[in-house]
Design a protein around this ligand. Structure first.
Ligand SMILES: Nc1ncnc2c1ncn2[C@@H]1O[C@H](COP(=O)(O)OP(=O)(O)OP(=O)(O)O)[C@@H](O)[C@H]1O
Ligand SMILES: [Mg+2]
Length: 410
């Protein structure tokens, strides 16, 4: 490999032994060239400007400028340079701060050499694309978009679909997760967003308890870019759906304002043709913001009288909320034909047709949830799986018929 094709790496760490160890480890990779090493954040910044590295390996705790401030400064001065944080801190707070400062990756010490070289290669590829973009050659890939299979759509406009039902435990998350999978299988990239910020569990339905979540985006909801969003979205391999999880702890829910959630959803709809939002059972600021950003509402209820009562009360509010009836798909979940309440009776009561009836199937749905796998992946040919596909088709038909009223194209 020619020298100019090598990934140029700068090491910033205040411990001489660490710098030397990393340098030695990287000698064995012919595609990596260490172009310098520095002891402090400030020196790292200076050397970055001088050597223009592709990747900086950055420690966090250093005497003068800490690694997070240095990351921010380097990203400003040498925009294509990608920063990989190496830290003893496994703390998610550090990770979050590092990501917000513009770091590309975060590894904890002691460093595993395979993990480190893989991270350098990933960051190196991004640096190359960024360099090309800056020099006006080629468009490159957006935000690691190819990972997990979904094709992102730069500059296009997608749609937001919120799954809501004013009652707990009626299958909102089950339907949101499987609807996202069905839409993905019908083509195009799909984002699934957990709008239930306090006790959200959407990512568990995909067995993806990642290190990133929505609070990595909301503090800068007004200045998002595709690259950052691409970094934060968790790419679920099994389904191809990209997931934006809820915060790890319930108390973080309060840090997110409705307007921020709305801005994130609108931004995502410029990257993904379909954005599916799971919500809580509460009609709070966050749910209202999600509904406001939505093109379509999937309203879920079950055969129980309380669930039907609440759904009807909510339907009575939709006009005031500015949600026209044709933007609502009514879904009756966990349908058991032995019970007396039928979709026809609900229609007469609601004065609105039930669009999809999803049968009760405890053998399929519950174990899939326990495995952390959307049931559609194995159960497409069951009545419950077919009902989800029917819902996805109806979503697509409605969206196609709709004159888009959302934000302008990016
Ligand atoms: N069609 C179905 N057949 C059988 N079980 C189902 C069906 N739909 C959902 N369930 C089960 O019902 C339970 C609640 O589902 P889920 O978590 O999706 O509800 P939710 O409305 O999102 O709850 P919450 O209000 O707590 O967010 C889960 O155990 C799920 O597996
Ligand atoms: Mg839920």
């Amino acid at each position: 490999m020619a020298t100019e094709d090598k990934i140029r790496v700068l090491i910033v760490d205040d411990v001489a032994e660490t710098r030397e160890n990393i340098r030695k480890l990287l000698q064995f990779d012919a595609n990596i060239e260490v172009v310098g090493a520095s002891r402090t954040g400030a020196e790292g910044l200076e050397l970055s400007i001088e050597t223009q590295p592709d990747v900086v390996l950055m420690d966090i705790n250093m005497p003068d400028m800490d690694g997070i401030s240095a990351t921010e400064a380097i990203r400003k001065k040498v925009p294509f340079t990608q920063i990989v944080i190496l830290s003893v801190q496994g703390d998610s707070n550090y990770m979050r701060r590092a990501m917000l400062a513009g770091a590309r990756d975060f590894l904890t010490k002691p460093i595993d050499i395979d993990e480190l070289t893989a991270a350098i290669h990933r960051a190196g590829r991004v640096a190359r694309t960024e360099k090309e973009k800056l020099s006006g050659v080629g468009l490159g890939e957006v935000g690691g978009g190819a990972a997990g299979g979904g094709q992102l759509i730069p500059g296009d406009q997608g749609y937001v679909i919120t799954v809501f039902g004013p009652k707990g435990g009626i299958g909102k998350t089950t339907i949101a997760a499987n609807l996202a999978v069905a839409l993905r299988q019908q083509g195009g990239a799909v984002a699934a967003v957990d709008g239930n910020l306090q006790f959200g569990d959407l990512s568990f339905f995909f067995n993806e308890q990642g290190r990133t979540n929505i609070t990595d985006l909301t503090p800068r909801a007004d200045e998002l870019d595709r690259e950052v969003v691409g970094e934060v979205m968790i790419k679920n391999e099994a389904s191809g759906v990209h997931i934006l999880p809820a915060p790890m702890r319930p108390e973080y829910a309060d840090t997110v304002a409705g307007s921020e959630l709305g801005a994130v959803l609108r931004f995502l709809s410029r990257m993904y043709p379909r954005v599916v939002v799971d919500s809580s059972a509460l009609l709070n600021e966050l749910t209202l913001a999600a509904l406001d950003a939505s093109d379509l509402l999937v309203l879920v209820f079950t055969q129980d009288i309380p669930s039907i009562k609440n759904a009807r009360l909510f339907l009575g509010l939709t006009e005031d909320l500015g949600i026209p009836s044709e933007q609502i798909l009514l879904v009756m979940n966990s349908y058991d034909k032995r019970r007396s309440i039928t979709p026809e009776r609900v229609r007469d009561n609601f004065k609105k047709e039930v669009d999809v009836v999803i049968p009760l199937d405890e053998k399929l749905v519950v174990p899939a949830m326990d495995r952390g796998e959307p049931f559609l992946l194995r159960g497409a040919n069951t009545p419950t799986g077919r009902a989800i596909n029917e819902l996805a088709e109806k979503v697509n038909v409605k969206l196609k018929a709709m004159v888009h009223s959302g934000v302008e194209t990016a």
